[in-house]
Design a binder for this molecule. Structure first.
Ligand SMILES: Cc1cc2nc3c(=O)[nH]c(=O)nc-3n(C[C@H](O)[C@H](O)[C@H](O)COP(=O)(O)O)c2cc1C
Length: 284
């Protein structure tokens, strides 16, 4: 018989009480140091009390070069662990499981980094790109390795903070989606060209996480399988990418869109609700 949504499931050693998953949702409620606030603890407690089996947090930046907002959670530093532990405790108290979404914005960090007089970096600089107009620069190979290592360190912190799993954000035009996209990635070295090269970042991040967070830790990925415009990632390749990630060992795949995916989030962010109103709502 087919399992129903209300039946438990195990992802590696993570026992999820049912099949409902709250997809990662940026809540804009971290403080300006990227630390967890009371409003976030209240929000996650509410989600878990509502019966969701697995909750994925919103985007948590693993390295400050990939930060996208002033009110975004950080997992880039050990200082963040104590606050994150409050979130995982609140969720576990209600019987649910929680994964943190590990994030680097790549060129999409350009807007936020400009406020700090810094420049964002990406796999390649695409001349006259109709999909991205802000200035940014190409990453060096050393920088690529630094970011890979930051993902591994973040996963180690996640485990210390009590998260049951991590999810690599590889959709919606952010760094891994930029590497996978033949439109955004024009590199001539081992990080560009063939599908396996464009997925090398994902693979190296996966291995780094395994090394630092443990062979038994559930590692999930949210993958953009199509960019949604001519010259971008096509679905057939996206499907092959999903198969490769599964073969390499990722424990769970969430399928979403690639470079154009961010558009949905951008419109939804503009809800017109102020931060104070949002915090008041979560505290109810
Ligand atoms: C307000 C808002 C915030 C979101 N924040 C995130 C996020 O932090 N990480 C993420 O992967 N997706 C985020 N999303 C996207 C959703 O998780 C989901 O992927 C999207 O609604 C499209 O669904 P699909 O992936 O099934 O196509 C957000 C969506 C909205 C509306």
């Amino acid at each position: 018989m087919m399992p129903t949504l209300f039946e438990p499931v195990k992802i590696r050693d993570m026992a999820v009480p049912n099949r409902f998953v709250r997809s990662a949702t940026y809540d804009g409620c971290a403080d300006t140091s990227g630390h967890v606030t009371d409003a976030q603890v209240a929000l996650f407690e509410k989600l878990a009390a509502g019966g969701t089996g697995l909750i994925v947090t919103g985007i948590a930046y693993v390295h400050d070069s990939g930060r996208i907002s002033a009110y975004q959670n950080s997992i880039a530093d050990d200082d963040a662990i104590a606050g994150l532990k409050r979130l995982t405790d609140a969720v576990h108290d209600k019987g649910a499981r929680i994964a943190v979404q590990l994030f680097h914005a790549g060129r999409e960090a350009a807007g936020f980094l400009k406020t700090q007089n810094r420049q964002a970096a990406a796999p390649s600089v695409v001349a006259e790109d109709p999909y991205f107009q802000r200035p940014y620069r190409e990453m060096t190979e050393d920088e690529i390795y630094e970011i890979i290592s930051a993902f591994g360190d973040a996963a180690q912190r996640a485990r210390k903070a009590g998260f049951d799993a991590v999810q690599l954000h590889a959709a919606h035009a952010y760094l891994p989606a930029q590497f996978l996209s033949p439109h955004a990635n024009r590199r001539q070295d081992d990080w560009g060209g063939s599908l396996e090269n464009r997925l090398r970042l994902h693979r190296e991040i996966y291995e780094n996480i395994r090394e630092k967070a443990g062979r038994d830790y559930p590692v999930l990925v949210k993958l953009g399988v199509a960019d949604g415009f001519d010259g971008g990632l096509i679905f057939d390749e996206g499907k092959q990418a999903a198969q490769l990630l599964a073969r390499w060992g990722f424990d769970g795949l969430e399928i979403s869109s690639g470079l154009r995916g961010k558009r949905y989030s951008e419109t939804e962010f503009k809800t017109g609700i102020s931060r104070t109103e949002k915090e008041a709502y979560f505290r109810q």
